[in-house]
Design a protein around this ligand. Structure first.
Ligand code: NAD
Ligand code: 2UF
Length: 314
């Protein structure tokens, strides 16, 4: 336990909250998973069992771990749960007005010393903090999906965040074997989504220009760049490739890479049709006929294989 944190309250028992709860509980923290009604909490229970099953199948869940998860999570829709919180992780809907109304109420209920975090994917922490009582104890703690497998956590300060708050969040992330990174300034998309969307912008531009088909672009990542990026970052890759060569390539290539400022037609059309990807059965690819479940299971199995090989002994 770090900084005497033992009671963690996670608000929002959806995809992210359920998985984060499982992670802390497995490391011995007492977790309350809070949501607005029992129906959602029941779904969350099931989701945690599904996640555990997938972990067990990949050999990533011991019997002791399973017991610890079972014993350490309490499901609740009572706001009193926040009164004993040492640490709060908010993982509710990504809408500023909903986050504001949540925080204005909850930050008045929690103990003065509690550390408060939001898992927003990209909303401004400075803006969310306007609804937080004592905003110096509040910052962003951005997890990647699925958080019980992906070990990166981004820590983002709002303009009122005290440096000690971010330090505590950093230490807590290390305590549960995550790899935290801190931003020195708040920027839209933080780090992860800036990279993720720079890649997606270039990928869609190349497809729309008829340079390659999407299946081949996905192959470039799965069998080429992805293998590298699982082990090395862009600066390490450049050093290994030779900075003279990288300089020469940058000199002619940067001018040609997409700097498109609006959303691509191909994404616009899918969005307008309601084809949102795996969750609706169709997106860039088709997930009908049970393919949705298949791709999620395969993703988790593959991620676990990589995570076991690369991170387990560290
Ligand atoms: N899904 C991702 O890939 C991902 C990754 C990183 C960050 N995030 C961020 O995490 C947050 C949650 O995302 P998710 O994918 O888990 O969403 P989700 O829709 O699966 O879950 C959100 C949950 O919040 C609950 N909720 C809504 N209002 C609430 C309130 N006032 N109090 C308590 N609970 C409330 C909902 O009932 C729901 O169970 C969002 O801010 C999102 O941007 C998502
Ligand atoms: O990819 C992730 O897990 C994160 O960057 C999220 O914040 C983000 O919402 C994405 O899911 C969107 O792809």
């Amino acid at each position: 336990m770090v900084h005497n944190i033992s009671n963690i309250v996670i608000a929002g028992a959806g995809i992210m909250g359920s998985s984060i709860a499982q992670l802390f509980a497995g490391h011995g923290y007492r977790v309350v998973l809070y949501d607005i009604n029992d129906e959602v909490l029941e779904k969350s229970r099931k989701l945690i069992l599904i996640n555990q099953e997938a972990l067990a199948q990949s050999g990533g869940l011991s019997g002791k771990n399973r017991e610890s998860i079972r014993d350490n999570i309490t499901f609740s829709c009572k706001k009193e749960s926040f009164e004993r919180a040492d640490f709060v992780i908010e993982a509710i809907i990504e809408k500023m007005e909903i986050k504001h109304s949540f925080w204005s109420e909850i930050s008045a209920l929690v103990p003065e010393k509690a550390i408060l975090t939001s898992n927003t994917s990209g909303l401004s922490l400075t803006e969310i903090a306007k609804a937080v009582r004592k905003p110096e104890r509040f910052c962003g703690m951005h997890w990647l999906n699925p958080p019980h497998i992906c070990p990166l956590v981004e820590i983002i300060n709002g303009d009122k965040t005290a440096p000690e708050t971010a330090d505590i969040v950093y230490d807590l992330a290390c305590d549960i074997h995550r790899y935290p990174v801190r931003l020195k300034a708040e920027v839209p998309g933080f780090l992860v989504n800036r990279f993720q969307f720079a890649v997606l912008r270039e990928a869609m531009s190349l497809v729309e220009a008829g340079v390659a088909q999407k299946e081949d672009i996905d192959k470039v990542f799965k069998y080429g760049l992805g293998l590298r990026y699982a082990c090395l970052g862009p600066f390490e890759i450049a050093d290994l490739g030779g900075l003279d060569t990288f300089y020469n390539i940058a000199s002619y290539l940067f001018a040609d890479i997409s700097d498109k400022k609006d959303v691509h037609e191909m994404l616009e059309q899918l969005y307008r049709k309601g084809d949102f990807g795996v969750k609706t059965g169709k997106g860039f690819y088709d997930y009908s006929g049970g393919r949705d479940r298949e791709v999620i299971e395969k993703r988790d199995k593959d991620f676990m294989k990589v995570a076991k090989c690369l991170y387990e002994e560290e």
